[in-house]
Design a protein around this ligand. Structure first.
Ligand code: NAG
Ligand code: NAG
Ligand code: NAG
Length: 214
């Protein structure tokens, strides 16, 4: 019994710490950008220094600059730009995809995404971990959910620009793009070919396209 007491005290203090480090008990935890960005986000800025500018931004989701290769652009409203999103488990992005454009196969390990199409149409889909494919053409007013961590993509096969708004269940969703991981990186052509079964000549072509090396 004597041995149990320190363990119980330790467990209670762990619990108290986890409460005090979450949002509960305070209205918000606006990011203090002088603190490091950890798994729980930033530390909280002194509430007396907080104002409405920390929670808002004009024009942040204006039309983005469109990338030549992907014919796609993204404007983001993540915690790095809106400090009031710190600790809130939500953020937004706008994605514009030109005809023939693509948001290549990628995943967000820390966020579920809901994509709403406002204009034009996109063929969007994801692949589950047992390799079941879920694909649908989404028109204006339509939505699709990409469950957390699963590979997903969007393609504009129409003739008009398509515009969507994506919501993420993270204030700063991470993104891993399959093409970038393979062809923008310096992983050697030999190892990519060996680990993906893609012909080395094709790997070299894609490395040139995505400006990778190796
Ligand atoms: C994959 O998982 C889904 C949902 O759990 C299930 O309905 C489906 O039968 C599975 N498919 C295969 C090929 O195992
Ligand atoms: C493309 O946009 C034009 C102009 O807004 C519209 O008239 C046309 O119906 C659109 N086409 C498709 C396939 O959505
Ligand atoms: C690849 O890049 C990393 C840094 O990003 C570097 O540390 C590593 O040495 C590079 N590897 C090769 C094979 O060039």
């Amino acid at each position: 019994m004597k041995m149990m007491l320190p363990i119980i005290i330790f467990m209670i203090s762990c619990l108290l710490f986890s409460f005090s480090s979450s949002l509960s008990g305070r209205d918000f935890c606006v990011a203090d950008f002088n603190s490091p960005f950890g798994p729980a986000g930033y530390s909280c800025k002194n509430p007396q220094m907080v104002n409405v500018e920390d929670f808002s931004s004009s024009g942040i989701l204006n039309a983005p600059i469109i990338d030549n290769l992907l014919k796609t652009g993204e404007s983001t409203a993540f915690v790095d730009k809106i400090p009031g999103l710190n600790g809130q488990r939500v953020s937004l992005a706008r994605v514009d995809v030109q005809p023939g454009g693509v948001v290549p196969l990628h995943s967000h390990s820390d966020a579920t995404e809901v994509l709403a199409v406002l204009q034009g149409s996109m063929i969007a889909g994801f692949i589950s971990s047992n390799n079941t494919v879920y694909v649908k053409s989404i028109g204006p007013g339509g939505v699709i959910v990409f469950p957390r961590g699963l590979l997903h993509f969007q393609v504009n096969s129409g003739i008009n620009l398509s515009v969507g708004i994506a919501a993420y269940s993270s204030p700063q969703p991470n993104i891993q793009i399959v093409d970038d991981a393979l062809f923008k990186s310096n992983l050697s052509t030999l190892l990519i070919s060996a680990s993906t079964f893609i012909n080395p000549i094709e790997v070299k072509r894609l490395k040139l396209l995505f400006r990778g090396s190796g």
